[in-house]
Structures are given as structure tokens and as C-alpha cells.
Design a binder for this molecule. Structure first.
Ligand code: NAD
Length: 355
């Protein structure tokens, strides 16, 4: 198989973790006889420094013309005081919008060697393997009107939560497809006892469910879901929810697993998907070979599975991560007494060797 990947290392540790992940991908290409052609592109602070815009046209062009996008992270103190339209993070919103990425996929999986890194009891988190499917381009974050105005002599801020049938239908279909490839269990999370948008959401999800009779569908109110994720996270396999609820629940689910340096994500929807670690550019450890590359390596595993349909290759990466951790190798963020401390490059190298 031959695939073109647009690689956007970005800023800070983005460059280091992306280099580590590509090292692993090169090993996969060699072992399974694929060709992955990397086209490097600028975004975020790196693009601001070179071209004075956070998302150059050339980057967008490359992203739209390739088979998948791998992004490290953007941002840093150097650009913090820039005006809103010249912030590095604008590049992320631009890419999501231009690529039509309406489904954000966030796995929260506990590696058994790291079960003690969770703040919950071992018996509650051991074996947790959840995917949160978050709607990414609708709802309260994009609904119009929004803004500030004066009402009755007092300043108010307001936003609009709005969803159309087609927006709910496509995210529900994405979630059912993912559930179908896993344990065939989908939990749709809403607030249908209070919100009209949620009532529409539930109605459409139920309609879409008719196309997936093999998937067991349940519904849960968002407040209960927040509670259940802490009480008994193993009851969940795939969760689908709207933008704001998903923003909060995906972070909550993710933290069951311990460190932000372990968390991968995929944004799907249009013809080209984007894969990135959940963490940012970590200016405090940038350039020191201290960053954990596993989140980005696991994001590459998601790319192989979701964009290229290469499940065996994806599985090979997942198993290599599991083995390296079970042998006691750790980066600083997950280091504990009695384990072996590795740098970013060395961790990527160990995972590559294990493959
Ligand atoms: P951050 O995720 O960069 O860092 C938070 C903490 O986690 C830091 O202590 C950092 O050292 C640690 N950390 C993060 N990733 C790690 C890894 N792989 N290995 C080990 N430790 C890791 O979040 P922040 O400090 O709030 O933001 C820093 C910059 O990143 C800001 O400019 C922010 O806007 C940007 N940001 C970008 C993205 C993105 O590109 N998707 C996401 C979040 C934040």
C-alpha cells in the first residue's frame, strides 16, 4: 500500500513526538511492505514565524490532497499575546473546518502496566477501554447568534445551542460504525429531559439505529454519564455525544488513564482525517527529549486503522506499546520507583524494536 501523509510537527514538543511516531511508522512500513510518503507542512507558531499566518494556504492544500494528516501540537508563550486571528491555535480550528472534521474520536484505554497511574482504584479502572465520539463542528461552540449585549441595563453573554437533523445523523452513523467494529455497544449521551436539541438528537439517533440492528443502543443523561464514568467506567464501550458534553466527558474519560502523554485522538468526517495527541506543545519540557511520544504513536496506530484500514499494523503498534510498558520502560510523566526512565527518542526506539 502507498499512502501520502501530511506531517505537521507544529511547535514545542510537537516536533519531538512527531519524529518519534514517524520512526515507528517507518518500522511498520518496512515490516508490512507499505510506502508512506511524508509531506512536511507548517502550522501554528512555526508558520507564524516563517510566513506570518498560523495556517498557510500551502499547508491547507497539502492537507486536502493527502491520505491523512498527522499533527504534533501548536502554541507557546512566544505567541500568547498575539491578536486572536494570529494565535497558533487558529490553525487547528482552520484545519478542522476546512477538512470538514465533524467527528472527534478519543480513546481512553488503560494499559495494564499503568493501572496504578490512575487516580481511581485498580479494580475500577483495570480493563477500561472506552471511545468517546464527540461532535466537533456544531452545537453551542458554533451556534449563532452569540455574543455580548446590554439587556435591561445589564451586560449579558449568550450562545446558541443548535443541531440539524443532518448533523446528528452523520455523527450517529460514525459512532455506530465504530461500535460495530468493537463490542457492538453504543451509549448516546444527551440531556433530553431538558433540552430541545437533545430531544432531536435522541430522535435521530433512534432512527439511525434501525440501520444497525447488530449494535446495542442505550441512552444516558449527561449528568448521570459524568457520574457513571467514575463509578463504573467498564460499563461503557463507545459513547457518542454533542460538542460541549463531549468536550467535558472525553477529558473526564481520558483522565481515568493517568497521563495526558498517553492520549491519542482522531478527527474524522471529510475525505481526509487528522490524527493528533490530545496534549499541547508543553513549553516547560520542549527541546529536552523528555516528552512522552506514546500519545502520538498511538495516534498513528489510529491512522492505520481508521484511514488505511490496516488493522494488523495498528494492532502491532498497540501491542508494542503494551509490551514496552510491561517491561517497565517509562518517560518522566509516567515514571515510578523501580521503572526505567527513557527519553522521547529512546521510548520511540524501544517501541520500534518491539514491533
Ligand atoms: P500541555 O498539554 O502542553 O501541557 C500540560 C502539562 O502536561 C505540562 O506540564 C506538560 O509538560 C505536560 N505534558 C503534555 N504533554 C506531555 C507529554 N507528551 N509528555 C510528558 N508531559 C506532557 O498544555 P498547556 O501547558 O495548557 O499548553 C501549552 C501550549 O499548548 C499552549 O500554547 C496551548 O494553547 C497549546 N495547546 C495546543 C494543543 C494542540 O495543539 N492540540 C492542545 C492543548 C494546548
Amino acid at each position: 500500500m502507498k499512502k501520502i501523509i501530511t506531517v505537521i510537527p507544529g511547535d514545542g514538543i510537537g516536533k519531538e513526538v512527531v519524529a518519534g511516531a514517524l520512526h515507528v511508522l517507518d518500522v511498520i512500513a518496512h515490516k508490512f511492505k507499505h510506502t508512506f510518503d511524508y509531506k512536511y507542512a507548517l502550522a501554528g507558531g512555526a508558520a507564524l514565524d516563517a510566513q506570518e499566518v498560523p495556517l498557510p494556504e500551502e499547508t491547507l492544500h497539502l492537507a486536502k490532497a493527502c491520505d491523512a494528516v498527522l499533527l504534533g501540537a501548536v502554541g507557546g508563550p512566544k505567541w500568547d499575546s498575539n491578536p486572536q486571528h494570529l494565535k497558533p491555535e487558529r490553525a487547528l480550528l482552520g484545519l478542522r473546518k476546512e477538512l470538514g472534521l465533524y467527528a472527534n474520536i478519543r480513546p481512553a484505554k488503560i494499559y495494564s502496566a499503568l493501572v496504578d497511574a490512575s487516580s481511581l482504584k485498580k479494580e475500577i479502572v483495570d480493563g477500561v477501554d472506552i471511545i468517546v465520539v464527540r461532535e466537533l463542528t456544531g452545537g453551542l461552540y458554533f451556534g449563532k447568534p452569540s455574543g455580548f449585549e446590554t439587556r435591561n441595563g445589564e451586560e449579558v453573554g449568550f450562545n446558541t445551542m443548535i443541531y440539524s437533523v443532518s448533523e446528528v445523523k452523520r455523527i450517529a452513523e460514525s459512532a455506530f460504525e465504530i461500535a460495530r467494529k468493537r463490542k457492538k455497544k453504543l451509549c448516546s449521551v444527551d440531556k433530553a429531559n431538558v433540552l430541545e436539541t437533545s430531544q432531536l438528537w435522541r430522535k435521530i439517533v433512534l432512527e439511525v439505529a434501525k440501520q444497525y440492528p447488530d449494535v446495542e443502543l442505550t441512552h444516558m443523561y449527561v449528568d448521570n454519564c459524568a457520574m457513571q464514568l467514575i463509578r463504573d467506567p467498564k460499563q461503557f464501550d463507545v459513547i457518542v455525544t454533542e460538542n460541549l458534553f463531549g468536550d467535558i466527558l472525553s477529558d473526564e474519560a481520558a483522565m481515568l488513564t493517568g497521563s495526558i502523554g498517553m492520549l491519542a485522538s482522531a478527527s474524522l468526517g471529510g475525505t481526509v482525517a487528522m490524527y493528533e495527541p490530545v496534549h499541547g506543545s508543553a513549553p516547560d519540557i520542549a527541546g529536552q527529549n523528555k516528552a512522552n511520544p506514546i500519545a502520538t504513536i498511538a495516534s498513528v496506530a489510529m491512522m492505520l486503522k481508521y484511514s488505511f484500514d490496516l488493522s494488523a499494523e495498528s494492532e502491532a503498534i498497540e501491542q508494542a506499546i503494551e509490551k514496552v510498558l510491561s517491561k517497565g520502560f517509562r518517560t518522566g510523566d509516567i515514571f515510578t520507583e523501580g521503572t526505567t526512565l527513557l527519553g522521547t527518542q529512546e521510548m520511540a526506539q524501544k517501541i520500534s524494536e518491539m514491533i
